[in-house]
Write a protein that binds this ligand. Structure first.
Ligand code: ZN
Ligand code: ZN
Length: 260
């Protein structure tokens, strides 16, 4: 297990918090129980649920209650001092209006929906909003690209750890291109205008407005997200550490020692 060091690594006064990041468990959470290492703060960045026809057409309040039970029972098995959850597009019954109900019912985990929590001096802010994709029926907290800025504006500048479900554009965000076969008939193999690489069958799922907010205004130490399963990993850009912890296909867990 590789542990990434973040925060005041050089000038630290001896206080270190271990942060374990998981995401996109899509109802396979019990398979991961054994491989989740111990730490101080466990953060799940969304898509605890999986898509199902029943969830799509079924009774939303019953689905919400079932998911709450499942989430509580999972987190209760993990002995962390602090546990945090942000929803993803698969949390289809966790609509905006039910924030308070969900917060109250999730007794084993702190639920962050456009909200900040301060833990041992660290400001952790979570927001579930993501870009609506034509090909996906899982549309919890999903909005058209140009409607997301108002949620990014809510992120406080003093955020140390930002938790979103969606990646910022161009960072660990290369997912399958929708209708790739048809769209490639009309496009050449020109380099991508975001990253400069050629990636015919993939496209950037991340959000440009979120990228701008993260790099130019908020500048967190750590930005945690998931959503793009193919891109599990950790990278650093302009002094900010980014983590995509999507686990559906990989049980590689991203762990950070945060030097306070
Ligand atoms: Zn690209
Ligand atoms: Zn997702």
């Amino acid at each position: 297990m590789k542990v990434h060091k973040v925060g005041k690594v050089e000038s630290n006064d001896g206080k270190v918090l271990r942060i374990v990041h998981i995401s996109d468990t899509h109802m396979r959470h019990d398979q991961y129980l054994e491989s989740i290492p111990k730490g101080d703060i466990l953060i799940h960045s969304g898509d605890f649920s999986a898509f199902s026809v029943g969830r799509y057409f079924g009774n939303k309040s019953r689905d919400r209650e079932e998911m709450i039970r499942e989430i509580n029972s999972f987190f209760q098995k993990l002995p962390f001092k602090h546990r945090i959850l942000v929803a993803g597009n698969h949390e289809m019954s966790f609509d905006r209006e039910h924030r308070q109900f969900i917060e109250e019912q999730l007794t084993e985990v702190v639920y962050l929906q456009d909200k900040m929590v301060t833990i041992e001096g660290l400001n952790i802010y979570g927001t579930p909003w993501n870009i609506k994709r034509v090909v996906s029926y899982a549309r919890g907290f999903a909005k058209p690209k140009n409607a997301l800025d108002k949620y990014w504006k809510l992120i406080p500048s003093e955020t140390d750890i930002l938790v979103t479900h969606l990646p910022p554009e161009g960072i660990l965000d290369l997912g399958k291109k929708s209708f790739a076969g048809i769209r490639n008939l009309f496009s050449s193999n020109d380099p991508c205008n975001v990253c400069g690489d050629v990636h015919e069958t993939k496209e950037h799922w991340g959000c440009r407005g979120l990228k701008r907010t993260v790099f130019k205004r908020v500048r967190p130490t750590l930005h945690l997200f998931g959503h793009v399963h193919e891109e599990n990993g950790v990278t650093t850009a302009d002094g900010i550490t980014f983590s995509n912890a999507a686990m559906k296909l990989i049980d590689n867990i991203n762990v950070f020692d945060y030097y306070l």
